[in-house]
Design a protein around this ligand. Sequence first.
Ligand code: SAM
Ligand code: SF4
Length: 331
Amino acid sequence: MRREMDGGKEESAARVDYLRISLTDRCNLRCIYCMPNDGVKSFSREEVMRYEEFAQFVESCASLGISKVRITGGEPLVRKGIVDFIRMLASVELPLQISMTTNGTLLGDLAEDLRDAGLKRVNISIDSLEEEKYRTMTRGGNLADALRGLEAAIRVGFSPIKVNTVVLRGVNDDPSLLARLTFEMPVHVRFIEYMPYFSQRGKWFVSNDETKKRLERIGRLEEAESPAGSGPANYFKFPGAMGTIGFISPVSSHFCRSCNRLRISSDGKLRTCLFERDGIDVKRIIRGGASARDIRSVVSSALERKRREGGSKPRDGVIPAEWNHMSRIGG
Ligand code: SAM
Ligand code: SF4
């Protein structure tokens, strides 16, 4: 299947095999790039999809070729029963590769149980290794908690382990300390361009070209294999380092052509693009008594639309403030 890209050039669409589940819109942190100062009104209990409903949805997706499921949030580890949910996903008939994106602050106590339940990989968001900057970025978070989570992830053997960092000018724009982690630990540090809300692009945005140039002052960066198959990041490595450095550039590069993912939010909205505004109300369909076949048909049509139309990224890359916040969509 082909679709037209910017400039009129035709390009093959990536095969969609990846589903991101935003399990909850709640979070124990309030990062300045993700949530407004006074937070976001949470979904009610009734609005949120139950674990069994997510599992039913995942079963249908798996039979359509989705083989990778990433659990995200809000913060997935604040939702009660998370270990049992991972076990539920691991017992879906078709084998799934199950991963999680977390801020890591609650991972210290849960890592072992999550691994035993079937979780294989984690991405941990740590925006600075300097306590004060971490606290500013997360509006009050404690760096030691996140580092305890990272150490537990290494100890229990999650692999690969990626550290995600959103770079903001004037806040945490010195990437060198985090990059040096790749010499000390088997982790892959990924620098993510800030996707602007509220038109704050001018104030905080740092392109990954700029971040990469700063890192090249530490040492030569050689192109490297992705530690986990295809994805949005470009990887490099310092000679002799244990881990790689990744750059995820949703703003400055044309990311959409390689997008292989679907997203479902905690209130059950299925989106084929991070920038899609409303999504398909899967929860309503499931609660209306849909059969596995009905659900498959909804997902198939969404996949077909994604192949046909591609993404919905706004031209200036700025997400209108009245749309969903990242904490609801799951990044
Ligand atoms: N709470 C978990 C965490 O922080 O990893 C999972 C949810 S968070 C929404 C998922 C990812 O989205 C994180 O890596 C976070 O850094 C990223 N993210 C949030 N807001 C962003 C923004 N405005 N621009 C770029 N990335 C963002
Ligand atoms: Fe919470 Fe993650 Fe958003 Fe930070 S980035 S506020 S940890 S959901």
